[in-house]
Design a protein around this ligand. Structure first.
Ligand code: AHM
Ligand code: MG
Length: 339
């Protein structure tokens, strides 16, 4: 009898088959394989915890004014180093770097741009709760010799691949190249990601929402009204009881939604003047929006599709509503009727 392992589709095999089917080229296949390898290294560092000496603050800050954790810095370095020499990238940009970095002159440059949040959910590292890496791949515009920040400023619908790796009880890579959203689980003994869910689908309706309610006083009236109606349950205008979950790691909250539905919300708020919400468009909202849309869900600012936004800054922030299609549409109606 053949072993179960002989039926398993590894990420390597999945990517080769996608290339054969003409859905990705060899350069993109190699790029994704390198990102997956870097995520495996980050997973090992994360899982060592206190024994690896990786917990706690790095003593530095990033461009967003946030204190960096040791693992933020380490994960950023792992992704940069892994992607420097492969020849498939023109430049990288990261939550942890003020500006994008072209591939060093010592190495050949390729046709893609890679953006990442190397360790999303950093506040959860020291308490041993799931964190993750989010990434987005764009094409470098034709004829650009040395890519800079401005070349990254493309709408999310132009992404050629997007994904995240979640470092939870198991490590999983969730990936789209624009042909469905697929989940791979890391087999630690083999050192390989194995396809464990092809074509994830988000139920269109839900009774579960994810939001940090402690920010309620900073929300605009449309948001106040929407969440008040969710909380009113079956006696309110929505006519059903809702459950709430908030992990404070976007990767983990989105993973739950891809698995069983729900709506994830980080809305516009007044907390930090001039900043429309907390999450960043280019390496958080856009890749998650593509993954969610490719799984049959929706991703909106509350007033329009996230993937259609024309970015103006590398680290720009954006309100995010994503998940079950009908619930995202319901949230949009509250905003539209307020406008
Ligand atoms: P980070 O990239 O600095 O970790 O910040 C993003 C995280 C998201 O993962 C999560 O959804 C959100 O911040 C949690 O915010 P809050 O602490 O306001 O609940
Ligand atoms: Mg983040």
């Amino acid at each position: 009898m053949p072993s179960q392992a002989s039926h398993a589709v590894s990420l390597t095999r999945y990517l080769i088959e996608e290339q054969r089917a003409g859905r990705i080229n060899a350069e993109l296949r190699q790029l994704i394989a390198v990102v997956a390898r870097a995520c495996t290294s980050i997973s090992i560092a994360v899982s060592k915890g206190a024994l690896g000496g990786v917990l706690g603050d790095a003593g530095t800050g990033n461009v967003q004014g946030e204190a960096q954790k040791k693992l933020d810095v380490l994960s950023n370095d792992i992704l940069l180093e892994a992607n420097a020499w492969g020849g498939h990238l023109a430049a990288c940009a990261s939550e942890e770097m003020d500006h994008s970095q072209p591939i060093p002159d010592a190495y050949p440059r390729g046709g893609f741009l890679l953006l990442f949040d190397p360790l999303d959910g950093s506040s959860n590292i020291d308490v041993n709760v799931s964190v993750g890496t989010i990434f987005s791949v764009l094409r470098c515009p034709e004829g650009v010799e040395c890519a800079g920040d401005e070349h990254f400023l493309q709408p999310g619908r132009e992404q050629v691949a997007a994904g995240y790796c979640i470092y939870g009880p198991s490590t999983m890579l969730v990936l789209t190249t624009g042909h469905g959203t697929h989940a791979f689980t890391l087999d630690r003994e083999q050192g390989a990601f194995v396809l464990t869910q092809r074509d994830m689908r988000i139920p269109e309706q839900t009774r579960e929402f994810a939001i940090n309610v402690s920010n309620q006083r900073h929300w605009e009236p449309a948001m106040q009204a929407y969440v008040a109606d969710l909380l009113a349950g079956s006696q309110g205008p929505r006519g059903k009881d809702f459950n709430m979950r908030w992990i404070a790691s976007m990767v983990a909250d989105v993973h739950r939604i891809l698995t069983r539905g729900g709506i994830f919300i980080y809305p516009w708020d007044r907390k930090e003047p001039g900043k429309p919400g907390k999450l960043r468009l280019m390496y958080e909202a856009n890749p998650m929006a593509l993954l969610v849309e490719q799984a049959g869900g929706a991703a909106s600012t509350g007033r329009g599709r996230i993937l259609d936004l024309a970015p103006t800054q590398l680290h720009q922030r954006v309100p995010v509503f994503l998940g079950s299609k009908q619930e995202v549409a319901a949230a949009e109606r509250y905003h539209q009727s307020a406008d």
